[in-house]
Ligand binder design. Structure first.
Ligand SMILES: CC(C)(COP(=O)(O)OP(=O)(O)OC[C@H]1O[C@@H](n2cnc3c(N)ncnc32)[C@H](O)[C@@H]1OP(=O)(O)O)[C@@H](O)C(=O)NCCC(=O)NCCS
Length: 142
C-alpha cells in the first residue's frame, strides 16, 4: 500500500472512493472539482491517499485553522477494510498537520458510526460528551 498526497488529477477517483464508502457527497458544493482544486492549492499537503497500484483504496483530508487540526472524511474501500489502512491514513494526516505546527487533532464522528469511533479510540482520541456540534450553512448544496 502506497501512501501519497493526492492531486486534482485524483479527484475523480476520490469521488468514486467516497461513493464506494457511502460517504455523502456535495457534488455541486465543497466536493466539486473546482472547490477541491482551490482547497488543494491552499493545502497541497492535506489530501492523502492510500493506493493499491493505481486503485485509490483509502483517503483522508486534514485541515487546520492555525490553532487546531481536523481529520476529515476518512474512507476505506469496503474490499480493503480491516487491514490497518485507516490507521495508516490517520497517522499520515496527523504527521502532515504536525509539519504545519499543529499539536491538537480533532475528529467529528456520527455517534452511530461504530467503526470510526472505534478507530478514533484505537488511535488515542478522547471523546467529549459535553460538546454539541452546531453549523450554519449558506445553502444546502455547500
Ligand atoms: C472507518 C473506516 C475508515 C475504517 O477503515 P479500516 O481501514 O477498515 O480500519 P483499520 O483496519 O485501520 O482499523 C483500525 C481500527 O478501527 C477499528 N475498526 C475498524 N473497522 C471496525 C469495525 N467494522 N467495527 C469495529 N471497529 C472497527 C478497530 O479498532 C481497528 O483497530 P484494530 O484493527 O487494531 O482492532 C472504514 O470502515 C470506512 O471507510 N467507513 C466508511 C466511511 C466512514 O464512515 N468514514 C468516517 C467519516 S467520519
Amino acid at each position: 500500500m502506497k501512501i501519497r498526497r493526492l492531486t486534482i488529477a485524483d479527484h475523480r477517483e476520490l469521488i468514486k472512493l467516497w461513493e464506494r464508502a457511502k460517504l455523502p457527497i456535495k457534488a455541486r458544493g465543497r466536493d466539486s472539482r473546482t472547490h477541491i482544486a482551490r482547497e488543494l492549492r491552499c493545502n497541497p499537503d492535506f489530501f492523502i491517499g492510500a493506493f493499491d497500484g493505481a486503485l485509490l483504496a483509502g483517503a483522508i483530508i486534514a485541515s487546520h485553522d492555525g490553532r487546531k487540526g481536523w481529520l476529515n472524511r476518512i474512507a476505506v474501500d469496503p474490499d480493503y477494510r480491516g487491514r490497518g489502512i485507516a490507521k495508516l491514513l490517520t497517522t499520515a494526516g496527523e504527521r502532515a498537520l504536525r509539519r504545519h505546527g499543529i499539536r491538537i487533532f480533532g475528529l467529528l464522528i456520527h455517534v452511530r458510526n461504530r467503526a470510526s469511533l472505534s478507530l478514533a479510540r484505537r488511535m488515542g482520541y478522547v471523546e467529549h460528551d459535553d460538546i454539541a456540534y452546531l453549523t450554519k450553512r449558506d445553502g444546502e448544496h455547500i
